[in-house]
Ligand binder design. Structure first.
Ligand code: ZN
Length: 619
């Protein structure tokens, strides 16, 4: 069976990515630890304090949202992936400290959710739709598997197994009939099965997937629970992905992050169980997401109300939600879809989400984050119009609901486990990030300098498959290969070295005409990177006056930040501001030649508040 080369066995050594890993190690993770411990003035998380409350070490009142526990679980998971690649004594000490406290907070029967433990334990498991107990415990399980993989330590794995055993005693055939309003435990139980080999964890994951949508009771139970999110009272079963059995679901609906985590578990179970109907459902749902509901940046989930999918081609660039976590989930799903299909284009989606929305979710200082990722921001409108109340013009330091910052960290730190895949006679290089790796008897190194790559492979003979990234040419010697497939190379055994070049192409992109908000609009991409304009690079003129031409006579310029993709400069036209009134005769509109300067979308918002725009009227 094809498998990914483990995060434990791949170490990233790449000009751009080493810098980002340094930032994550020395800034992001310590900063998040201090926030989770309420050590940064003016920012109240309450996450660690809540565990102290439940462990009897604090007399404070439990604080914050119902799913707050998951923040520290995702942080520990992120630390684990860092420790898999690099040593860091301080981060490991902090993680062990958190794990010890989590163990002290766990109920004797294995239950763990500070929201219910701090005063409402008799109501546990009564509100599966909103209670997030299985969601939080799922993140705990994921963290435990990662931490065990990275450090060999078993304390958190033991805590997670006691949690999973508690869930297993509670749910299943002849026991409680229910599934979580927010999927996560399903994919986590699969990971716990793969880490421990304990079959009943896999069986429980499978049961949670199969019971979903089979009856109203599968989610709502007896209806006696107290509402936690009153605004969700009107949300129907489609929102909670409980409207049909999962094998009959054909459209991505509801909360985008929930959908991604559910589909991830479905893909895992389809792979492990050779389950054709589950695989088919995954393919149908994945295609609905990426072919009809995904923004050009890899952002998903159009509506702010409910952080949800709406309908096909509803892709307005300014009001879009596009939560950072949803694109993290899309990357997790794309990785699993590749394992089922081996389609090179699946990794185009993985890279589209990574290099645009996920990286945009974190500021270059590592201490500011976007939850929402719009493709167009006019600060004056955002500040005045409640319809944009979900939009931030600058990355905040933290959030009351802080799911995104630690999720971005664990996603970026686990990239190394998604770069290479292997089976007995094959090696796939899926995303070209400089790194060293080994997998059993095969080891290798990918050196990345600018557009040049040199892959060295040592070990037994293997067919090597280099994925050709979207909007790029892969060049070996005098041969040029186009996107959408692989270049196949033969490693005859011993040591082989292959040199190649990946040339990203600048392309002007249009959307399907059914996406009415984007009709007549154009945007620019270079390889997997989407570009945007910011006022600071364009003379402060309203960006809506710029028209992007069909012709791609662009020049590449020095980027505003070091070690980043180049800025792009295009000849374009600009509407001359001769219209004093609000409306006027279109025939009298005048334009003049101008230049438009674009930077990678992932860098926006790092130079003060200003206009930003991805899509432009056609020139
Ligand atoms: Zn989030």
């Amino acid at each position: 069976m094809t498998h990914f080369v483990s995060a434990r066995d791949v170490c990233i050594q790449d000009p751009g990515w080493t810098r980002r890993l340094d930032l994550l190690q020395y800034v992001v993770l310590p900063y998040q630890w201090r926030i989770l411990n309420d050590l940064i003035p003016g920012i109240k998380s309450g996450c660690i304090e809540n565990f102290r409350v439940v462990a009897g070490q604090s007399s404070a009142k439990r604080f914050g949202v119902v799913f707050l526990d998951s923040d520290v679980y995702k942080w520990i998971e992120a630390v684990a992936y860092l420790l898999a690649q690099r040593e860091d004594e301080q981060l490991e000490v902090w993680a062990d400290e958190a794990i010890s406290l989590i163990g002290k907070a766990q109920s004797p029967d294995g239950y763990l959710q500070t929201y219910y433990q701090a005063g409402a334990l008799d109501q546990r498991w009564t509100n599966l739709r909103e209670g997030h107990e299985l969601y939080c415990m799922g993140h705990l399980i994921e963290a435990s598997v990662a931490y065990h993989m990275a450090t060999g330590k078993v304390q958190l794995l033991g805590i997670a197994e006691r949690c999973a055993d508690c869930i297993d005693r509670t749910f299943g055939p002849g026991k409680k009939n229910g599934c979580p309003g927010h999927p996560e435990v399903e994919l986590a139980l699969v990971r716990l099965y793969e880490a421990t080999g304990i079959q009943r964890y896999l069986d429980l994951a499978s049961w949670f997937i199969d019971v979903r949508g089979t009856s109203k009771a599968a989610l709502d139970n007896d209806g006696s629970f107290a509402p936690i999110f009153p605004e969700m009272a009107s949300f129907g079963p489609e929102y909670f992905l409980n409207h049909k059995p999962v094998r009959e679901q054909t459209r991505a609906t509801g909360h985008a992050v929930r959908a991604m985590y559910l589909y991830c578990a479905m893909a895992d179970l389809a792979r492990l169980g050779h389950d054709a109907s589950l695989k088919h459902a995954c393919q149908v749902l994945y295609e609905d997401v990426v072919e009809r509901q995904m923004h050009v940046t890899g952002g998903i989930g159009t509506a702010a109300f409910g952080e949800r999918f709406t309908t096909d081609y509803d892709l307005a660039p300014d009001t879009v939600y596009a939560e950072s976590c949803a694109s993290v989930g899309l990357m997790f799903l794309a990785k699993r879809m590749w394992n089922m299909t081996m389609d090179a284009r699946v990794y185009d989606v993985w890279e589209r989400a990574l290099y645009n929305t996920v990286l945009s979710g974190m500021g270059l200082d590592g201490m500011h984050f976007f939850y929402v990722n719009p493709l167009e921001v006019t600060p004056a409108f955002v500040h005045a119009n409640p319809g944009y109340s979900h939009v931030e013009t600058q990355r905040p330091k933290w959030f009351g609901v802080a799911c995104c910052p630690p999720n971005i960290a664990r996603c970026l730190l686990s990239l190394n486990g998604a770069l290479y895949a292997r089976d007995e006679g094959n090696l796939w290089v899926l995303s070209h990030i400089g790194s060293v790796f080994h997998d059993g008897d095969l080891r290798g190194k990918l050196v990345h300098e600018g557009e040049r790559y040199r892959l060295t492979v040592v070990g037994p003979a293997a067919d090597i498959h280099l994925r050709i990234p979207e909007k790029s040419e892969l060049v070996i010697g005098y041969d040029t290969y186009k996107e959408g497939s692989y270049v196949d190379l033969l490693h005859k055994g011993g040591t082989s070295t292959f040199s190649y070049v990946i040339k990203p192409e600048v392309c002007i992109i249009r959307a399907n005409y059914r996406a009415s908000a984007l009709a007549g609009k154009r945007c620019a991409m270079r390889g997997h990177t989407v570009y945007c304009a910011e006022s600071v690079d364009n003379g402060g003129i309203p960006l809506s006056s710029l028209r992007l031409s069909e012709k791609c006579m662009c020049s590449e310029e020095r980027p505003p930040f070091p070690d980043e993709d180049p800025a792009l400069s295009f000849p374009c036209s600009r509407v001359v501001d001769n219209l004093r009134e609000l409306y006027g005769d279109a025939e009298k509109e005048q334009t003049e030649p101008a230049l438009i300067r674009l930077v990678p979308y992932r860098l926006w918002g790092n130079r003060g508040e200003q206009e930003m725009r991805v899509w432009f009227d056609r020139g």
